[in-house]
Design a protein around this ligand. Structure first.
Ligand code: G16
Ligand code: MG
Length: 214
């Protein structure tokens, strides 16, 4: 029986991808190149340093480890400037209602995000109080598709992986959930999130009652 819900942040509860995109693009431009919105899709769900490596490869740019750290810090400063101004109005459609229903129904809930900025986002959007545990980029050593982030989440909820459902918009996140032994609900496109047990366009398309059918 399902007792715990593990939520990805960017793309599931809030759309911070647009802020990541703006900050990475600004960084690319300082190095004299640009990249497309389609390429930006590849940055979803992966860590900051992995994202930087991809961006640099697109620009055919080589940097030392020290320079990379400075570039990632610059990008993050621009990103944080934007998320500092986020409001509860930026919670994705249906997400708040779903979290409320789930809380009411007695599910334990954890965040499972790759971001090191999850605390700021949760605070500014008023979502922090829903979570019994927060596992994010500050507390994991291996990025999705490694299941670490979700295994830790289940553990912090004192549940077995089989008792948990993961909500994810990135293919790497769905793979992480399946490798961890959890059910996975994809938020997005069926043709991309192939390994998900079920795919919906957004949490608004899902009712907490649907969880019992999984
Ligand atoms: C999010 C985004 C990724 C981002 C990562 C790290 O993951 O989807 O694009 O690179 O966090 O973010 P930060 O630079 O803030 O540490 P998730 O897992 O919430 O979808
Ligand atoms: Mg995501």
């Amino acid at each position: 029986k399902i007792k715990g819900l593990l939520f990805d942040l960017d793309g599931v509860l809030v759309d911070t991808a647009v802020y990541h995109y703006k900050a990475w693009l600004r960084l690319a431009k300082t190095m004299g190149f640009t990249f497309s919105e389609l390429q930006n899709e590849e940055l979803k769900g992966i860590s900051r340093m992995d994202s930087l490596d991809k961006v640099l490869a697109w620009g055919n740019v080589q940097k030392s480890a020290e320079e990379k750290l400075a570039l990632a810090t610059q990008k993050n400063d621009w990103y944080v400037e934007m998320i500092n101004k986020m409001t509860p109005a930026e919670v994705l459609p249906g997400a708040l209602n779903f979290l409320q229903q789930a809380k009411q129904a007695g599910y334990k809930m954890a965040l499972g995000s790759a971001s090191k900025n999850s605390a700021t986002i949760l605070k500014n959007t008023n979502l922090a109080h829903f979570f019994d545990a927060i596992v994010d980029g500050n507390s994991v050593s291996k990025s999705k598709p490694d299941p670490e982030v979700f295994l830790k989440g289940a553990q912090e909820l004192a549940l077995q992986p089989q008792q948990c459902v993961v909500f994810e918009d990135a293919e790497a996140g769905i793979i992480a959930a399946k490798r961890g032994g959890m059910k996975a609900i994809g938020i997005g496109d069926k043709n991309i999130l192939k390994q998900a047990d079920k795919v919906v366009a957004g949490l608004g398309q899902l009712s907490v009652k649907n969880l019992e059918e999984l």
